[in-house]
Structures are given as C-alpha cells and as structure tokens.
Design a protein around this ligand. Structure first.
Ligand code: KIV
Ligand code: ZN
Length: 406
C-alpha cells in the first residue's frame, strides 16, 4: 500500500446497524456486504459475534461470501469475546479481529470499574490471544479523545507489543475538534508508532457534526485508515459518512492528496440499497447522496448550471452514481430552466410560448410546492386552450412517464 493510500474500514454492519431503526437480518447483511465489496471497501466490520447469535451468524456468512475484502469481527478485551470473534471468522479469506477497551478515566471508573493497570493487562492478554487466531489484529482505545494522553500512549504501545498492527483512535462521543484531533494523531505517531509498520486508524462519531472534518484532519496528520458508514448511520448522531470522506479526498485532491479503492460511481447505489434495506430515507440535503445534493432550484443557479455546470457543481452526479442531473422546478426557478425541462420532455417552444408557459408556471409555483413533469405538460395544454394551438412535438411517452430523479 503506497504512503498516500487510505484504507476504508466500513462499519455500517456493526456500528451502523447497532443504531435505532437500522437493524438488518442475515440475508440483508450479506446483500449489503456484497455491495460494500463491489464499492471497494478495504475492510468490512460485519458484527460483534459475542453480542448475539445473529451477529455471530452474520459475521460467519459475510466471511464466507466476501472473499476479496478483509472481514473484521469486534470483541471486547475478554477471552470469551476474542474466541467467539475468532470462531466467527474461521472461514474468512482475510480475517481481522478487532478488540477494544476504554481508556478514559470516566469509562474506567464508572463503566469498567477497572484500574489503569488492569486495563493494560487486559489489552496485552486480548491482543496476544487474538494474534494466536489471526495475523491481523486491530486494537481500539474506546473514548481515546477523552483519555489522558500519557496513559493512552502507554496502552497503545502495549497493544503494538502484543501484536496489534492497526491501532484505532475512536472519538467515541463525538467530542473532539479537527485541530485538536490532528495534534492527537501526530502525538501518537511520534510517541507510539515511530517508524514501525503500524497503521493509525480513526473512528469518529458525529455528535457535534464534525465526524468527517475530524477524520480528514486525522488523515492529514498521518492516519491511514478511516472507519465510517454508508449514509453516516451509527450510534446517536452517527458515524463519519463514507461517501463524504471519499468524495472530499477526490474533489479536493489538490489539498488532500490521498487515494482510496472506492469506486465512486457505486456510492449512490450503495446508499440507496442501505436505505431500502433499513427502510429509512436519506435526508434530502445529505451531502453526496441526498435527493437534493445535485438539485438546483434558484433561477440564478439554474441559469448558471445550464450555461456551465461548473458554476455550481463541484463534482458530477455521474461521478457518484446519481443517474441524472436534475433541476428542481419551483417558485424560484427561471425561464431558462423551464425551457430546458420542456426540451428534455420533447417539446420545442418558441420564445413567446416559453413566456406564456412561464407565466402560468409562476402562478402554479406560488400555490404548489413541487412541480412535476406532468404539471408542466398540463400547463402547455392549458396554454393551448387559452391562445390557440402551440407548435409542440408530443413527448415520447417513455421519457415523461418515468419519474425524474427528484
Ligand atoms: O465508538 C467507538 O468507540 C467504537 C469502538 C468499538 C471502536 O465503536
Ligand atoms: Zn463507534
């Protein structure tokens, strides 16, 4: 892997799936995992095998079905957890055991009820045991961003000594800020990793809406794996969104010279598949994959788009697999957009006819929030009745019968 290659660790099936309203059954998880493999994820975290028989079966099934990608199973730093993860990964072509323990004092005192020394010992034992079952072991320091830095570095060093080759730094509660997280990653790089062949990974939650920004800051500071989910689903406010991280690096390669193996034209189909499986729509204004991500309604924007899409589009819809560009027609739209839509619908109108249709369109748009292609055709019919026949070519049925992307 070249120095600038970023591994994409997808945790849609684990951290994503454990959030309310996002559960999936076994066959849905396998279907999603296969799509994630097609998308080009490097690692798929398929579940937390000790958590339930369903999670165990899902990890087993994904490991059997997905032979190209690395399949990870999550476990705490306890022997039965590690053994269950190892058993679920038995048939994997590329297995990874991902073991975690909290390192912040608040988690140690109130959740684990362990001393710092005990957590260090648990880390050593669990990573060592995991290494007996798989070559690739990832260690996560849960709540790393609220942990004492000296202690965090000590735990990470023990995990590496015991055989972990990926150390993950989670911002479990979505608390950190980009500049702060960047310093943390640099410190870990200098104090723990040095020139060893160990990958620093990050795992950011979105409680302050900063998961993607924090992940990108970490990459600039030396992280070479990012953990993320499709549509940003995950605990509470979610995880860092895979599609946003990948497209930020692609669109801003001038400032972020990093590569992933993601086939970006598979992003939208993957997002759609997830939303159909979990039965939850993506928010319309979601970056990259939301219904409105490539929609332009204001007249001035639409005019710019028609003249040259670069005026308002920093990436093409096609580059992320959105089937077509779409101008949403509403009360802010101008004549240019209306004329273009009529042309797309197969009607060639003279300027005076566009003006007449536009007048009716504006009246309608004041009353109706969404204007559909059928409304535009009805407007033309009304215009014909009011001022005699218009020289219009009928639209090919298939074009206006199919719903537009909006
Ligand atoms: O958010 C978190 O800390 C986690 C770990 C298990 C990696 O999901
Ligand atoms: Zn998490």
């Amino acid at each position: 892997m070249s120095a600038k290659r970023i591994a994409i660790f997808d945790t849609t099936l684990r951290d994503g799936e454990q959030s309310p309203g996002c559960s999936m059954d076994l066959s849905e998880k396998v279907r999603m995992a296969k799509q994630l493999e097609t998308l080009g994820a490097d690692i798929i975290e398929a579940g937390f095998p000790i958590a339930s028989d369903g999670d165990f079966a899902a990890v087993e099934a994904v490991a059997r079905e997905c032979r190209e990608v690395t399949v990870a199973a999550l476990c705490r730093t306890a022997e039965p957890d590690v053994l269950r993860a190892a058993a679920a990964l038995r048939d994997a072509a590329h297995p990874r055991i991902h073991t975690f323990v909290a390192t912040s004092d608040i988690h140690l005192q109130y959740k684990l009820k362990k001393t710092r020394a005990e957590v260090i010992e648990m880390t050593r034992q669990a990573v060592g045991l995991a290494r007996k079952h798989t070559d690739e072991v990832e260690f996560s320091a849960e709540d790393a961003t609220r942990s004492d830095i000296d202690y965090l570095c000590e735990v990470l060093a023990v995990a590496i000594e015991a055989g972990a080759s990926i150390i993950n730094i989670p911002d479990t509660v979505g608390y950190t800020l980009p500049t702060e997280f960047s310093c943390l990653i640099q410190t870990i790089h200098e104090r723990v990793v040095g020139d060893r062949d160990v990958i620093i990974s990050v795992h950011c939650h979105n409680d302050l809406g900063l998961a993607v920004a924090n992940s990108l800051a970490a990459i600039e500071a030396g992280a070479r794996q990012v953990e993320c989910t499709i549509n940003g689903i995950g605990e509470r406010a979610g995880n860092a969104s895979l599609e946003e991280i990948v497209m930020a690096m692609k669109v801003r390669a001038d400032r972020l010279p990093f590569e992933t193996a993601i086939k970006t034209h598979e992003l939208y189909p993957t997002s759609q598949l997830l939303s159909s499986i979990i039965g939850s729509d993506v928010q319309p204004n979601k970056a990259i994959v939301g219904r409105n991500a490539f929609a332009h309604e204001a007249g001035i924007h639409q005019h710019g788009m028609i003249s040259n899409p670069l005026c308002y589009e920093i990436m093409t819809p096609e580059s992320v697999g959105v089937p077509t560009n779409s101008l949403v027609l509403g009360k802010h739209s101008g004549r240019h957009a209306l004329a273009l839509r009529y042309t797309e619908l197969g009607y060639s109108l003279q300027p005076a006819e566009v003006d007449a249709a536009y007048e009716r369109f504006s009246e309608l748009a004041d009353r109706k929030k969404n204007i559909y292609d059928q409304d535009l055709i009805a407007l033309l019919t009304a215009a014909t009745r009011a001022s005699g026949p218009l020289p219009i070519e009928p639209a090919p049925a298939a074009r206006w019968a199919s719903p537009s992307y909006t």
